[in-house]
Every structure is written in C-alpha cells, then in structure tokens.
Design a protein around this ligand. Structure first.
Ligand SMILES: Nc1nc2c(ncn2[C@@H]2O[C@H](COP(=O)(O)OP(=O)(O)O)[C@@H](O)[C@H]2O)c(=O)[nH]1
Ligand SMILES: [Mg+2]
Length: 349
C-alpha cells in the first residue's frame, strides 16, 4: 500500500512521463520555489531520462541564437521530432533584455504541444552551472522530447560550463570577428562541435569562415584538416579524420530567412552519429553525469550548510564578525562548518 503522498508523487511523475505540458510547467515552477515534493519528483524522473539529444547553442548576444533556435525547431517539427528549449538569460527580468525578445521570436511555437520552451532568468546563485538548467533538461527529457536545445546568453566561462551539459555544441558567430578573435580563442574553440557563421547576408561571412578555419587548424590539429568544401557543399557533412576525429564544420546561415538551417540540422545529426559510432556518446554521458553529481553536491553541501547556519540564530553573524575582525580566517571556519554539517546530517533535506 502506498501512502497518499507517494501516489500524488506517482501521478505527478506519470503525467510528466506522458508529456503533460501543464504538469511539467508546474514542476519547473515548484523547483524554482524549492518545493520539497518537486525535488522528489525529479529524483523519480532520472531513471526515465537519457533518450534526448541535447544541443547547446552558444554565442555573443545578438548573434542570432534565438532566431537560429526558432528555425531549428521549425525544421525538426517538420520531421516529426519534438523539441524542448531552455533559454538561459541571467539579465534581470526588470530590464526586459533578451528574454522578452526570445519569447517573441519563438512565439509561433507556443501553441504546438510538440515544443516546450522555458526561459531561465537566473544562473546558479551558488556559483557553477545553474542546477535548474539541469533539472529543466531532465524534465524535458522525461517528457519524451527528442531534441533539447540549451541556448545560453553569451560566451563566457558560465556558458562554456553549460555546454558541458550538452551532447553537441553549436557556436554562433557573425561576420567580422575582428577583435573578438582573441576572445573566441579562449575556450570556445575547444567546445565547438559546429561553428555557425550567422548573418551571412552581411559582408565578410566568407572571410570569417576562413579565419575560423585557420584558428581551428591551429588550435585543434588533432581534429584533422577541416574540409574546405564545407561551407559551399554542406551535404558532405562531417569529414571524419581518422579514429575518433571530428572535423568541426563551419556553416553559413541567414537565420532570419532560414538559409542554411537544414545544413545545421544535418551537421548535428552527423555529429550525433559520430559520437555514437566512436564511443564518445558514452563518454559525454559520463561527463554529464559527473556534472550532475557535482551540481547536486554543491547544492546539498553549500545550501545545506547555509541553511544550518541561518537556522542557528546569530551564529552566521558571529562567524562573519570573527572573520571581519581578523580573529579567524574564512577557510578554517568554512571547514569547521562543513565538518559539523556533514557529521550531523539531517540539517539538510
Ligand atoms: N541580417 C540578419 N539579421 C539576423 C540574422 N539572424 C538574426 N538576426 C537579427 O539579429 C537580432 C538578434 O537576434 P537574436 O536571435 O535575438 O540573437 P541572440 O541574442 O543571439 O539570441 C535580431 O534582430 C534578429 O532578427 C541574420 O541571419 N541576418
Ligand atoms: Mg537569445
């Protein structure tokens, strides 16, 4: 016999597994509000995930990520695939920012049950990858979405972190990299599985393709020489260069017109096949699992310790005072707090 609480949990999990959009949206809201039953539901969902193809879309603000995402949704829907989108944007909801723009841009899909779009206004306030990003991806995966896009807001360290939660990463740039080249070198070259030069209707797109190719050859020689026919003849997708090698394609698009979108979709499909055939899919799944564990630990330990401190009236103030007056250092006190907390479980969940 199951308790009433268990059966409510079961029916909630069942609804989400059957793809119920309202149940999923409610669960995501509850997760934001840290409702304990929501966490229990997410735990249940984990064993029902692992089917979705997760795609990260990264690039500077204004490069056209949302427009591209919107077109990809359209493309995949026409092939009968279902799509989830997590749009991460830490800009304040009060300033409007890209969230409003993203909603408008993807609005045409809002009545389609095969599409689930969720904007996250916050990043992890405890540092690291927002746990809510992973949770939202998990819920969409459990709902049965075939492809899940994680759209980040920029190309900083946080965004690079986010792409580690994806199987394939698309990096969007625009013609005229110019001074951005230095910025692009750092990290982005390593994470890109596919480069998209969007706004190819503007001058300098070919030049940007060349520049990227040169940089890739320089920084990722193990990936083999890039196929120079790529941009012109995208049908040839993914010239694998030897065992496990993946030649990063550089594709031109005009996202506003839908030009080149099918090439991006084909490139992603090809990359997925590549991951599966060389065993990298399993490796990326393990990377994802590691990330999920680290985020769960971070959450449990940091917020667990903080909660315990806050529950102990005046203790936090006292500790802060000792550090401020140089009577103690933060490292020693942090290890004391962590040790006390771990030795006395129960103060967390
Ligand atoms: N000319 C041109 N404009 C585009 C293209 N793709 C997107 N845009 C415009 O660029 C602006 C920013 O696009 P958006 O998708 O919001 O960029 P995001 O911030 O990276 O998500 C919008 O005004 C789009 O209409 C393109 O291929 N060509
Ligand atoms: Mg956007």
């Amino acid at each position: 016999m199951s308790s009433p609480a268990t059966s409510i949990l079961d029916s909630r999990v069942e609804s989400i597994l059957s793809g119920d959009v309202r149940a999923a949206a409610r669960l995501m809201r509850d997760l934001d509000d840290a409702v304990p039953s929501a966490r229990a539901a997410v735990r249940e969902l984990h064993s029902h995930t692992g089917r979705a193809f997760i795609v990260g879309v990264t690039g500077n603000p204004g490069s056209g990520k949302s427009t591209l995402t919107d077109q990809l949704i359209d493309h995949w829907r026409q092939s009968g695939l279902t799509v989830g989108v997590v749009a991460i944007d830490p800009t304040s909801p009060f300033t409007g920012g890209a969230i409003l723009g993203d909603r408008v841009r993807m609005q045409r899909h809002s009545t389609d049950d095969g599409v689930f779009i969720r904007s996250l206004a916050t990043r992890g306030h405890l540092g690291g990858l927002s746990r809510s990003t992973l949770d939202v991806v998990r819920v969409m995966d459990a709902m049965g979405k075939d492809i899940i896009i994680i759209e980040t807001v920029g190309v900083g360290q946080d965004e690079i972190e986010v792409t580690r939660a994806a199987h394939s990463s698309v990096v969007v740039v625009v013609p005229g990299l110019g001074d951005d080249i230095q910025a692009i070198k750092a990290g982005i070259l390593e994470i890109a599985d596919i480069f998209v030069v969007n706004k190819a209707d503007r001058q300098g797109a070919d030049r940007t393709v060349q520049d990227l190719r040169t940089m890739l050859d320089l920084f990722r020689p193990s990936g083999g020489r890039l196929d120079s026919s790529w941009a012109e003849a995208p049908r040839g997708v993914a010239q694998s260069s030897g065992e496990g090698g993946w030649s990063v394609p550089i594709l031109k698009t005009v996202a506003t017109d839908g030009d080149g979108i099918s090439d991006v979709a084909a490139g992603l499909n090809e990359h997925r096949r590549h991951l599966e055939s060389c065993g990298d899919w399993t490796r990326r799944e393990r990377d994802r699992a590691r990330l999920e564990l680290i985020e769960a630990l971070r959450e449990q330990l940091v917020s667990g310790c903080l909660q315990a401190l806050e529950a102990d009236d005046g203790r936090l103030d006292e500790i802060v005072g000792r550090i401020a007056s140089r009577k103690a250092d933060p490292y020693t006190l942090a290890s004391e707090i962590a040790r006390d907390h771990i030795l006395e479980p129960g103060s967390s969940s």
